[in-house]
Design a protein around this ligand. Structure first.
Ligand code: HDE
Length: 709
């Protein structure tokens, strides 16, 4: 019986989770180790790679063109760059797998969404939008969330973002919004940020951007990590089922570890302290086996419902409220393998919204329609040839058989004398729909030609207000601060004044707060009637962290003479729960612990000079009288704990560590277990304290709870 089931599964899908990795392995070489000598590109062993071949006495030159090795080496280097992406230039990616838990055959015939026996290989690239390739990870920006499914039926790309809506409604405005957001053309400043006149000038003049602005000024635009954010297909797509019915669809990815953001002060500091913060986080999570996971869901709508709402479902500046369209979670993606080499994988991956498989189709969303052209076109600019689909990372895992030939950098050799269709041998006949041929939905199109969008596209503020209303008070405060920060960086009065007044259409209090902070006059009340509605799904607080402290970075502050037992017990408890513990001391290397031989003393991973509290999610301070005296004298150590406290990070202190924490953070002494005989564990203001060594494990439990379930 088992073998029959296996055989059936095999016929359903020939693709395995590692199919793409196996394909890539064939072109992956370990060329630098144990492979003999340095060679030229043509395989000739090189005798000298340090001095260019020269003529003349005493090797004074001139250098000779005859030196084929020197020329090849330097010319190859000269040509190492391809144009960086015009948007989303800075990115990081990983391999993984998509598992379907529930078939969606009622809405789509796409086999990748029908066959629950499948494990489909995926490649996911995250990115920031505006910055250049060398910009920092933690800037305030939308994050790209581009997923490729290597399916049996061809590559399927969902080129999404971490925010469910977009700035503009029509693709023709894309060059404008990006020009306005990118550095201004005269000076090429500022880098990777929208805090400048041009962006906010554009934002005001296109009021359709108001909803997206609320999201970009919220905590969503400064995620704690790429693992802690949602992904959205944003545009409305379509799905076709076996019966030939068309449904509209939105795609969702929801992280298992919950949503989490930095605070703006942290984001700004990390941009300088560790510009690769997100890249490193993703890499080390995967290397340590803490594989990031997202639930994959769809919202579907019958085409007949298109006119039933006060917004247009094909307007990319609007989301589909979950109250009306609950997300149906049907699968899960997991990232489980880092790339072997950045350039041929992360840089050369070429996503296109037009990469779809039978069963997935497009809606009339005018932003999506433009994207269908733009991505293919931009790849031509990047690769100079349509043969980019032959590059290992872009090559489908199913056969590619057609008569497209030649062009720059053609790789494949096809043995045949026929290169056209139809032909007398009936080579490569087209496939009917039943045979798996992609059939565009035969939609009825009628009407007139005009440069217009549907009338409902004219409403721009209802969902902006809904988003703002739905935020928790601290999220609203962050949003107001972010707007104030950005507008205060604008120098043209008209820009910040007009924009502050625009906010009155979203929330009058918000408009007044921002106006006051940026030096604009108190705005007049907005013209529209507020609806005062709220949706719980829009606040980050709605999304539960199902992994608790797992994957969180905890700093252990060590001064010489610290209590090693506290450290060992706490580390064991936190590591068992999946946290990553790091020790920070006066120097990198062994830090003397009370009662331990020097050789046995654990080493500090970082010194106070080389890392800051911003790079951690929580802090632990062990006891030890001597250690605490040292920490107290260290400006860096005091700043470390104060800064962590200010950023509302969970902190735990044990034994004498409690008094250090209490004094450094100026906490009211009465609230904390300061008395050495105290049996109490206190948990207040994000701080857990206890005096007794044998209670460290209990303290660890209280500490862990602060990171979520
Ligand atoms: Fe893109 N976008 N975009 N975009 N976009 C590109 O394609 C474009 C839009 C998104 O990791 C470019 O390969 C137009 C929305 C991601 O490689 C380019 C419009 C969303 C990535 C392009 C949009 C996105 C890109 C540049 C308006 C969220 C990075 C390099 C009609 C759903 C993909 C490239 C990667 C990249 C055009 C709007 C997401 C120029 C014309 C909306 C994640 O083709």
């Amino acid at each position: 019986m088992a073998s029959t089931v296996h055989a059936i599964k095999k016929t359903l899908s020939s693709v395995t989770a590692d199919a793409k990795s196996k394909q890539l392995a064939k072109v992956t070489v370990d060329a630098t180790r144990n492979h003999g000598h340095l060679t030229t590109n043509t395989g000739v062993k090189v005798q000298n790679t340090d001095e260019w071949l020269k003529a003349g006495y005493d090797q004074q030159g001139p250098s000779l063109l005859e030196d084929f090795h020197a020329r090849e080496k330097i010319q190859h280097f000269d040509h190492e760059r391809m144009p960086e992406r015009v948007v989303h230039a800075r990115g990081v990616a990983a391999h993984g797998v998509f598992k379907l838990h529930e078939s969606a055959h009622d809405v789509t015939k796409a086999k990748v969404l029908n066959d629950t026996s499948r494990s489909t290989p995926i490649f996911l690239r995250f990115s920031t939008v505006l910055g250049s390739r060398g910009s920092a990870d933690t800037v305030r920006d939308v994050r790209g969330f581009a997923v490729r499914f290597y399916t049996d039926e061809g590559n399927w790309d969902i080129v999404g973002n971490n925010i469910p809506v977009f700035f503009i409604q029509d693709a023709i405005k894309f060059p404008d919004v990006i020009h306005a957001g990118k550095p201004e053309p005269r000076t090429e400043v500022p880098q990777a940020q929208t805090a400048h006149d041009n962006f906010w000038d554009f934002a005001y003049s296109r009021s359709e951007s108001t909803h997206m602005l609320m999201w970009v000024m919220s905590d969503r635009a400064i995620p704690r990590s790429l693992r802690h954010m949602q992904g959205f297909g944003v545009n409305t797509y379509a799905m076709i089922n076996k019966a030939g019915e068309r449904n509209l669809v939105k795609f969702h990815f929801t992280p298992i570890c919950g949503l989490s953001s930095l605070v703006w002060d942290e984001a700004l500091k990390i941009a300088g302290q560790d510009p690769d913060f997100h890249r490193k986080d993703l890499y080390s999570a995967i290397e340590s086996g803490n594989y990031p996971k997202w639930k994959f869901g769809i919202q579907t709508m019958k085409e007949s419902q298109l006119d039933d709402f006060d917004f247009h479902p094909e307007d990319a500046t609007k989301l589909w409220p979950e109250e009306l369209f609950p997300i149906r979670y049907i699968g899960e993606i997991e990232l489980n393998r880092n790339v072997d080499e950045y350039f041929p994988e992360t840089e050369q991956v070429a996503f296109c919204t037009s990469h779809v498989v039978p069963g997935i189709d497009f809606s009339n969303d005018p932003l999506l329609q433009g994207r269908l052209f733009s991505y293919q076109d931009t790849q031509l600019n990047r690769f100079n040839s349509f043969n980019f689909t032959e590059l290992p990372i872009n090559k489908p895992i199913c056969p590619v058989t057609n008569f497209q030939r030649d062009g720059f950098m053609r790789h494949q050799i096809t043995k045949d004398r026929i290169n056209y269709s139809p032909n007398r041998f009936d080579i490569l006949p087209t496939a009917t729909e039943k045979e798996g041929g992609y059939e565009h939905f035969p939609a009825i199109v009628e009407g007139i030609k005009a440069r217009l969008n549907a009338p409902k596209f004219k409403e721009h503020y209802n969902q902006a207000e809904l988003f703002y209303n739905s935020l928790a008070p601290h999220e609203q405060a962050h949003l107001s601060d972010a707007l104030s920060f950005e507008l205060a960086k604008c120098n043209d009065q008209i820009v910040y004044e007009r924009m502050a007044s625009r906010l009155a259409e979203v929330n009058y209090d918000l408009a007044c707060k921002v106006a006051t902070k940026v030096g604009a006059p108190v705005p007049a009340k907005g013209k529209r009637q507020m609806h005062n509605k709220v949706s719980p799904y829009l606040s980050q607080t709605y999304y539960k962290n199902e992994e608790g402290i797992k994957g969180r970075r905890i700093a252990f502050l060590l001064g010489s003479g610290y209590n090693a037992m506290h450290v060992i017990a706490m580390k064991a408890a936190l590591t068992a729960a999946g946290a990553n513990c790091f020790t920070v001391g006066p120097v990198r290397g062994p830090v003397a612990a009370a009662g331990l031989d020097k050789k046995e003393c654990p080493s500090a991973d970082f010194s106070f000079d080389t890392c800051r509290s911003t790079l951690f999610d929580g802090v632990f301070v062990p006891g030890g009288i001597q250690a605490i005296l040292i920490l107290r004298e260290s400006g860096r150590a005091v700043h470390f704990i104060r800064e962590a406290f200010m950023h509302l990070k969970p902190i735990c202190a044990v034994g004498e560590g409690v008094s250090f924490l209490q004094q450094a953070c100026e906490l009211p002494a009465t609230n904390y277990a300061l008395d050495a005989s105290s049996e109490q564990i206190t948990a207040d203001k994000g701080v857990v304290t206890c005096q007794k060594f044998d209670m460290t494990t209990e303290a660890a439990s209280a500490f862990k709870i602060m990171f979520g379930s």
